[in-house]
Write a protein that binds this ligand. Structure first.
Ligand code: GRF
Length: 216
């Protein structure tokens, strides 16, 4: 069976992108990384993608008069590569409503908190400041509202006494690198069914869409 073509959008170091590239190197992985698009020419992840032989494109947002025309240019790059799923991985641009509508049900994101808690930026610090004992990461469908789409899967980690934003971010990031490849695998296998804003992953026990990190 043909593998699902995934397009990844990044703005920075691209460690989640790298985790997806690594996962897709396994012969039995049902998706391939077709291209990586960045709005930032100096994004560290671009070099990783190029070294892995993956097509890359830079679409600088500053070249466009508004969000939607930028989004349409990014979309054209993805469509050129026949992408069937768009995975945002540290993509630091707010999308216009056009993008999630155009790619409805085919665009996902990874966010470093247990949504719907802590949306936006610096969410690991937000979690520490709020005094929560558990945080983690969420893979969710992208909708026009920020960090708001139906949740596909989550991984939980403890927030430990003495944690800083950096130490909690590192603990969460290790789980992001497990969770994102798993969610993309389920999508590629056609298991993810969305109805009325809720996601069911068919053939996967509901409990398996929540990972706990054994190693703190
Ligand atoms: C990750 O924490 C991701 O959850 C968030 O941005 C960060 C990107 O890191 N959306 P990387 O570029 O994947 O290393």
């Amino acid at each position: 069976m043909a593998k699902l073509k995934v397009g990844i959008l990044i703005s920075g170091r691209g460690s989640n992108m790298a985790a997806l590239i690594r996962a897709a190197e396994a012969p039995d992985y049902p998706a391939e990384i077709a291209c990586v698009v960045s709005n930032v020419a100096s994004a560290g992840g671009l070099a990783i993608a190029r070294a892995a032989g993956i097509a890359t494109a830079v679409v600088p947002h500053k070249d466009f008069p508004d969000r939607e025309s930028f989004d349409r240019a990014v979309s054209a790059e993805l469509e050129k590569q026949g992408v069937g799923l768009v995975a945002l991985a540290g993509f630091l641009r707010i999308l216009s409503p056009w993008f999630p509508q155009h790619w409805a049900g085919r665009v996902i994101n990874i966010h470093p908190s247990l949504l719907p808690a802590f949306k936006g930026l610096h969410v690991q610090q937000q979690a520490i400041d709020a005094g929560v004992r558990l945080s983690g990461c969420t893979v969710h469908f992208v909708v026009p509202d920020l960090d708001a789409g139906p949740i596909v899967a989550q991984a939980a980690v403890p927030v430990l006494a003495g944690d800083t934003g950096d130490s909690l971010s590192a603990r969460i990031l290790r789980q992001e690198h497990r969770l994102y490849p798993l969610a993309v695998r389920w999508f590629a296998e056609g298991r993810i069914v969305e109805a009325a804003g809720r996601v069911k992953v068919e053939g996967v026990e509901p409990d398996a869409t929540l990972l706990f990190s054994a190693a703190y």
